[in-house]
Design a protein around this ligand. Structure first.
Ligand code: GDP
Length: 305
């Protein structure tokens, strides 16, 4: 049994390699829901959808989110009505969010909905939201506090960041199966994902970090920071605003209390001994996922170490 902790695009790309090597039935992916947001009256779960679409082979490979060859007629009409115009949701993507919203209104949990959607799209692995409770990531910018998706998409991550807030963190419980999966796995893989708003959000849900410390599973993480910068996205700004060094070492510090092995990129070999002083074993390989071969190779490392 393997459990993976995942954000959006970075994680989904890594998991594409992993499912070439392990049986889907043996894999549980615990996904960040801090990016979930209500838009157009619909409940949108960006990371769950990205992971599901990618593993089901229907994702738009160019953007990394949304459905391949989707159209945007619904969104265009909404724009004519003066509705929110900064979040891109294709027509097929709308269908997923409509279904999710309808089922949530009928009292079905986000976990059950995610299970149905992934099953209906042909997947047999388990995709679990980190929590079924309300949880939202907000960031503080000089003008005030805004939802993380507004910062990332509407404002293109351009603002100075002053802080990160996980709203709902105090009461959110892990979704049913999350802690059990971590406890009964042989291996837990922390995907190359944003260490603050994706993995950090998952770790902030009460009981998850503790179960990672307690489990006998081998815990392996892949650094999302290569050569002192994120491969993609605003992880550098988020780390900096928390006072964390923007480096593989900085990320290792955030995971050191539970991590066994940290996979860092060859260009960061100089950081190896510093990270090992945190009590974490370090494996140095090429971590850039350029094509399916490099995704599978990285997944193989995370299984072998
Ligand atoms: P995203 O923002 O939706 O992509 O969500 P994630 O939480 O999954 O985070 C993306 C993180 O993955 C970023 O910090 C990237 O630096 C990292 N990442 C993306 N592609 C790669 C890659 O090919 N190799 C490594 N090592 N990290 C990557």
């Amino acid at each position: 049994m393997i459990t993976a902790l995942a954000g959006g695009v970075g994680a989904a790309r890594f998991l594409t390699g992993l499912i070439q090597l392990v049986k889907q039935e043996d894999l549980t992916v615990v996904v960040n829901t801090g990016d979930d947001v209500e838009l157009f009256g619909l409940y949108v779960s960006p990371d769950i959808d990205i992971v599901t679409y990618t593993l089901a082979g229907v994702v738009n490979d160019v953007t990394g989110w949304g459905v391949k060859d989707d159209t945007f007629e619904c969104l265009n009409m909404l724009k004519r009505f003066g509705e929110v115009d900064w979040f891109n949701l294709g027509d097929q993507d709308f269908a997923t969010s409509i279904l999710r919203t309808k089922m949530l209104k009928n009292g079905v949990s986000l976990s059950q909905i995610s299970a149905k959607v992934s099953r209906d799209l042909g997947l047999t692995l388990k995709i679990l939201p980190m929590t079924d409770d309300k949880f939202a990531t907000y960031v503080q910018i000089p003008e005030g506090v805004i939802h993380f998706e507004e910062y990332l998409v509407k404002r293109a991550a351009q603002d100075t960041l002053l802080g990160v807030e996980f709203v709902g963190m105090d009461v959110a419980k892990p979704a049913v199966g999350v802690v059990e999966s971590i406890m009964f796995s042989d291996r837990v893989i922390i995907c190359p994902s944003n260490p603050v708003v994706s993995i950090g959000a998952i770790l902030s849900v009460s009981g998850i970090r503790e179960s990672l410390r307690k489990t006998r599973a081998r815990k392996v993480a892949i650094s999302p920071i290569v050569d002192g910068v994120p491969v993609k996205g605003p992880a550098d700004k988020l780390l900096r605003c928390l006072g964390v060094e923007v480096s593989a070492f900085g990320v290792a510090e955030l995971y050191a209390d539970f991590l066994d092995v940290f996979v860092i990129d060859s260009v960061d070999v100089a950081e190896k001994s510093r990270i090992e002083q945190l009590g974490v074993k370090v494996v140095v390989v090429d971590t850039l996922m350029k094509d399916i071969q490099s995704k599978v190779a990285l997944a193989k490392v995370s299984l072998d170490v």
